[in-house]
Design a protein around this ligand. Structure first.
Ligand SMILES: Cc1cc2nc3c(=O)[nH]c(=O)nc-3n(C[C@H](O)[C@H](O)[C@H](O)COP(=O)(O)O)c2cc1C
Length: 271
């Protein structure tokens, strides 16, 4: 395989996916002595542009895990990426619960786009909903794992490997339904319509509107006027802590996750 460039391409509202994708892609580029370029499609205006790759590209493509899957709001965009025979590495970041079928779903999307997938990885980051759940992740052990992933990919490339079939990654295909949070009686909790609120602590800086990956926050009154994917970019990036959710179902689910997934989950990769 002939490679000329390594790409780190990602959607990362709170920065966890960005860390996993850039760390691994950059390490591979450095070891192979190839140029490295970042393509961040977190903001909606970037997703309006077309993106196409060539056979000599190696593309690390990353998204967070949402309800055990690739974020469904991204599917239309992801399907427009032109793989062009480039080599592909799907990467997902998850908040310590599970990545379920997100990695295999992203692999399938990449294959349909025309990438030749050669590996895949799932890495742990702080959970979007929480400051407690997987706090401080990725940590030193996670970064070591990202470097081990990069090393294994370099070894595979240098061994003369040639593409014959989609990369093996963990997950079920057909892809299972989205993970549904449930209350203590087993009833599903539907947080799809829940939106963040703004407290009096708001200083009017407008950062929330700038960082919302859905472009849903009105820059004049800072209220969320359109779809909210609960990515928590506005909450975690607000300099005065003015953004919050008060929906009881959302709070119940967040606290339950913090309790049930207190133990450490490990990243996994497949090369
Ligand atoms: C709506 C929503 C659903 C999520 N579902 C899962 C999940 O099923 N499993 C999991 O481990 N983490 C889940 N997470 C956590 C994110 O996958 C995790 O925090 C990820 O690292 C965020 O990526 P980012 O920092 O690039 O935004 C979810 C986050 C959100 C916003």
């Amino acid at each position: 395989m002939e490679l000329k460039k390594v790409w780190a391409m990602y959607f990362s509202p709170t920065g966890g996916t960005e860390k996993a994708v850039t760390t691994t892609a950059k390490a591979v580029a450095e070891q192979l002595g190839l140029p490295y370029e970042v393509y961040d499609f977190t903001l909606p205006q970037v997703r309006e542009k077309e993106k196409a790759f060539a056979q000599t590209d190696l593309v690390f493509l990353g998204t967070p895990v949402i309800a055990g899957r690739v974020p469904n709001v991204l599917l239309p965009y992801l399907k427009t990426i032109v793989g062009g025979g480039a080599y592909g590495v799907p990467v997902v970041s998850f908040g310590n619960r599970n990545f379920d079928d997100a990695l295999i779903e992203l692999r399938n999307i990449m294959e349909e786009d025309g990438f030749r997938t050669m590996a895949g990885g799932a890495f742990v980051s702080e959970h979007s909903f929480s400051r407690k759940l997987s706090a401080g992740r990725p940590d030193a052990a996670d970064y070591e794992k990202m470097h081990a992933f990069a090393d294994a990919i370099v070894k595979k490339i240098q061994s003369g490997w040639e593409y014959t079939a989609p990369a093996y990654v963990k997950g079920e295909d057909p892809i299972r339904p989205y993970f549904t949070p449930r209350d203590r009686y087993g009833n599903p909790i539907d947080i799809r319509k829940v939106k963040p609120k703004t407290s009096d602590a708001c200083c009017g800086c407008g950062l929330c509107a700038q960082v919302c990956p859905m472009g849903s926050i009105d820059p004049t009154d800072f209220e969320c006027k359109r779809i909210c994917i609960k990515c928590c970019a506005c909450i975690k990036k607000c300099p005065t802590g003015a953004k919050y959710f008060d929906d009881p179902g959302y709070i119940y689910h967040k606290e339950e996750l913090e309790e049930m997934y207190e133990g450490r989950s490990e990243p996994e990769f497949f090369v």
